[in-house]
Design a protein. Structure first.
Length: 329
C-alpha cells in the first residue's frame, strides 16, 4: 500500500496566500483495480490561475488544484505501461490512482535533450495559451506591433517569441531589471521595467509611438487602463489574466474602457485555452518544433521538494519567477 502526500487548502486566501493557509497530509491509497494505474508526480506546476480558481472552484479541505508530469509506477491497464510519462490534472499530490482516461501521454518522440517539465510550460498549457491567444484572439499578422505584460512569465515569454516568429514588433513589460535583460536576450524589440519607469504611459509611447495592434494582457488593473488608450484603431486585446488583482481583498476601481473601445473600434476578448482543446496536438507539435529549432527559448524557475509547494506558489504571485515555475519532487 502506497502513502501519498497531499497539500490541502486549509483556509481560503485573504490577500496574498500564506504558508498557514495550507496543510500537508498523508493519504493511504488503495490497491489497484483492473484498468487502473498508480502514478508518482515528478514535476508539479504552480501557476497564477490557482489563486482565483481556488476561491471559485474549491472548498476548504480540498486538495490544491494543479497539474503535474507523472510517471506510471504500477499498471493494471493494458493500454499504459509502467514507466510511461503523462501530464495529469490531479492536484498537489505525490502519488495518485487513475483509470487513464484523464491523462495526456507525453509523446513517445519527446527528445531526451528536453526536460519533461516543459510539458507543464513552454510545450504545455502556458505555451498553448500563448499560441492560441495570439493566433485566434489577437489574429496576429506580420508587421503588427504586439504589447505583452508579465512578459518574463511562463505565458508572456512565449507570447513575445511567437510574435517574433510571426513577423511582429514586440514590446514586453516586466517587474525587474533581470527580467528585462532576459526579454532582450530572447529577442524582444523593446523591454520595460514598469516598476522603475517614471511614467508607464510615456515609456509605452516611446517604445511604440504609433501605438499597438495587439495587447496580450496578463496583468489587468492600472496597466491595462493605460495600455487600452494606446491601441491603434481596430486593435485587439487578448485578456489572459489579471494577476495585479488576484490578491485584492477589495476590488480595484479604475478608468473605464468604453470611450477608447468605441472611438478606436477595439475588440477585447477574455479567453481560457481549453476552448481549443480539440487543437491541442496542433499547438504542441508547433511549439515542440520551434523549441527544438531554437526559435523558442525557455527558462524555468525550479523549486526542489514537494514540501515547498506553498512557498513556490506564493513566489509566483510575488513575481519571483522568470519563465515557468516548477516544483521538482
Amino acid at each position: 500500500m502506497v502513502t501519498a502526500k497531499v497539500w490541502v487548502l486549509k483556509n481560503h486566501f485573504e490577500g496574498l496566500p500564506k504558508s498557514s493557509d495550507f496543510d500537508l497530509k498523508q493519504i493511504e491509497l488503495p490497491n489497484l483495480k483492473d484498468g487502473e494505474l498508480l502514478l508518482e508526480s515528478v514535476f508539479l506546476s504552480v501557476d497564477p490561475y490557482m489563486r482565483p480558481y481556488s476561491r471559485r472552484y474549491m472548498k476548504e479541505g480540498d486538495v490544491m488544484i494543479g497539474t503535474q508530469v507523472a510517471r506510471v509506477v504500477e499498471s493494471k491497464n493494458l493500454a499504459v505501461t509502467v514507466g510511461t510519462f503523462v501530464v495529469a490534472n490531479s492536484g498537489w499530490r505525490t502519488h495518485f490512482i487513475s483509470d487513464g482516461k484523464d491523462l495526456e501521454l507525453l509523446p513517445s518522440s519527446w527528445p531526451e535533450s528536453l526536460p519533461r517539465s516543459l510539458a507543464l510550460g513552454t510545450v504545455g498549457m502556458p505555451g498553448l495559451t500563448a499560441y492560441f491567444g495570439l493566433l485566434e484572439v489577437c489574429k496576429m499578422k506580420p508587421g503588427k506591433t504586439v504589447l505583452v505584460n508579465a512578459a518574463a512569465g511562463a505565458v508572456g515569454s512565449v507570447v513575445g517569441q511567437l510574435a517574433k516568429i510571426g513577423g511582429c514588433k514586440v514590446v514586453g513589460c516586466a517587474g525587474s531589471d533581470d527580467k528585462v535583460a532576459y526579454l532582450k536576450k530572447i529577442g524582444f524589440d523593446e523591454a520595460i521595467n514598469y516598476k522603475t519607469v517614471t511614467s508607464l504611459d510615456e515609456a509605452l509611447r516611446k517604445a511604440s509611438p504609433d501605438g499597438y495592434d495587439c495587447f496580450f494582457d496578463n496583468v489587468g488593473g492600472e496597466f491595462a487602463s493605460i495600455a487600452v488608450n494606446q491601441m491603434k484603431k481596430y486593435g485587439r486585446i487578448a485578456v489572459c489574466g489579471a494577476i495585479s488583482q488576484y490578491n485584492d481583498s477589495v476590488p480595484q476601481k479604475g478608468p473605464y474602457v468604453q470611450i477608447p473601445m468605441i472611438f478606436k473600434e477595439l475588440r477585447m476578448e477574455g479567453f481560457i485555452v481549453t476552448q481549443w482543446k480539440n487543437r491541442r496536438e496542433e499547438g504542441l507539435k508547433a511549439l515542440l518544433k520551434w523549441v527544438m529549432e531554437g526559435k523558442v527559448k525557455f527558462r524555468e524557475t525550479v523549486t526542489e521538494g514537494f514540501e515547498n509547494m506553498p512557498m513556490a506558489f506564493i513566489g509566483v504571485l510575488k513575481g519571483e519567477n522568470i519563465g515557468k515555475a516548477i516544483v521538482k519532487v
